[in-house]
Design a protein around this ligand. Structure first.
Ligand code: PLP
Ligand code: TYF
Length: 400
């Protein structure tokens, strides 16, 4: 019966961790998957999460099914974190929020909604983007094409290409945008450029769909990292937003996130929410409770909330520190005097090094540095102590 089933290719990101595990060299460094590590390169559970879990255990909370839309206290907290608690959209009830299975599951629910209610409408994604965006859209039966984003000559944003492609898309297309800390490039539009992007989207009656996977984790500030979304909302645009708590609360395996639709009226919001629930029901019935409670409890308690903010700053700060230190090491090792300052301009957990596939292969084969073949490295997997080694590896791979 199953002889015709072929072997699926490994995930280009998660597959890197498999290869890393199989390497016995003591020099090995895993800069593949985007997962935060301490300076000792150990996984990190936030203290604030441990505290919230302890309180949850002590209060003996139930394990009954959640409603299809998730935990009410979580949905309220997540919308407020995204838009700001005093955002008029919240008071007006113009937001539909449904708890999702982290960022990925929330994007998947959004894509299922698009497939059903905006059939045939194309989603434009950045070139490049997080690889799973294509998988999600393909499996949801949603057509997509790319808009220009990365300019290899400047290792920066191809802003005019981006604007041109969004302008040239059929009116009413969906534009997938990374809210902050673009994955994989680490290159974000400036506030002014976001304004121009919003202008074009409005002119063309496109629907912006934000993927917010790094709120608070990129800059250390929840408000800063949501400013792109808030700017669009303040202009009165309707939009979708997928959120994830994998990075900012370190809840990778809890699968906690949300899909939000900001729309023209509370009536439309209610109807959209009912349809999102209808889509979720035959997929997984209702979402898991543990991560939702952690988020709700952390946000709901002022002292835990403060502590979360300082732990986010600590994580974001450590990444900024290794970013600076990698730049310093590259600048001092490089005898050709290449300008590596693009690394300092990138934000978030990744750096797009500009290394091509052969050079990336050299990083792994010769130097035991595991990274994706597009030249992306996760700075969250790097320590200050390993910056010089990494700089040697990059210089060797780049010039040979
Ligand atoms: N979207 C982007 C751009 C990401 O980088 C990630 C990974 O962190 C996600 C979504 C979703 O990840 P998760 O499903 O773990 O929330
Ligand atoms: O890009 C990354 O490394 C993170 C983590 O299927 C990730 O976003 C990678 C692959 C995947 C899910 C999450």
């Amino acid at each position: 019966k199953f002889e015709s089933v072929t072997m699926a290719p490994p995930d280009p990101i998660l597959g890197v961790s498999e290869a890393f595990k199989a390497d016995s060299s003591p020099l090995k460094l895993n800069l593949g998957v985007g997962a935060y590590r301490t300076e000792e390169l150990q996984p990190y559970v936030l203290d604030v999460v441990k505290k919230a879990e302890k309180l949850m255990l002590e209060s003996g909370e139930f394990k009954e099914y959640l409603p299809i839309e998730g935990l009410a206290a979580f949905n309220k907290a997540t919308a407020e974190l995204l838009l700001g608690a005093d955002n008029p959209v919240i008071k007006q009830g113009r937001i539909a929020t449904v708890q999702g299975l982290s960022g990925t599951g929330s994007l998947r629910l959004g894509a299922a909604f698009i497939q059903r209610y905006l059939p045939g409408v194309k989603v434009l994604i950045s070139s490049p983007t997080w690889g799973n965006h294509k998988n999600i859209l393909n499996d949801s039966g949603v057509p997509w094409s790319e808009y220009r984003y990365f300019d290899p000559t400047t290792v920066g944003l191809d802003f005019s290409g981006m604007i041109e492609d969004i302008k040239n898309a059929t009116d009413g297309s969906i534009i997938l945008l990374h809210g902050c800390a673009h994955n994989p490039t680490g290159i974000d539009p400036t506030a002014e450029q976001w304004g121009t992007i919003a202008d074009v989207i409005e002119e063309k009656s496109h629907l912006p769909f934000f993927d917010v996977a790094y709120q608070g984790f990129a800059s250390g500030s929840l408000d800063n990292d949501a400013s792109s979304v808030r700017q669009f909302v303040a202009r009165g645009l309707e939009l979708f937003v997928a959120q994830s708590y994998s990075k900012n609360l370190g809840l990778y395996a809890e699968r906690i996130g949300a899909i939000n639709a900001v729309v023209s009226s509370s009536d439309v919001a209610n109807r959209i929410k009912s349809q999102l629930k209808r889509l979720a029901r035959p997929m997984y019935s209702n979402p898991p409770v543990h991560g939702a409670r952690i988020v709700a409890n952390v946000v709901g308690d002022p002292s835990l909330f403060d502590e979360w903010r300082s732990e986010m700053q600590l994580m974001a700060g450590r990444i900024k520190g290794v970013r600076q230190s990698l730049y310093d090491a590259l600048s001092s090792v490089d005898e050709n005097g290449k300008d590596w300052s693009f690394i300092l301009k990138q934000i978030g957990m990744f750096s797009f090094t500009g290394l091509n596939k052969n050079q990336s292969d050299n990083m792994t084969d010769k130097w035991h540095v595991y990274m994706t073949k597009d030249g992306r490295i996760s700075l969250a997997g790097l320590s200050l102590a390993k910056c010089e080694y990494l700089a040697d590896a990059i210089i060797d791979s780049y010039y040979n």
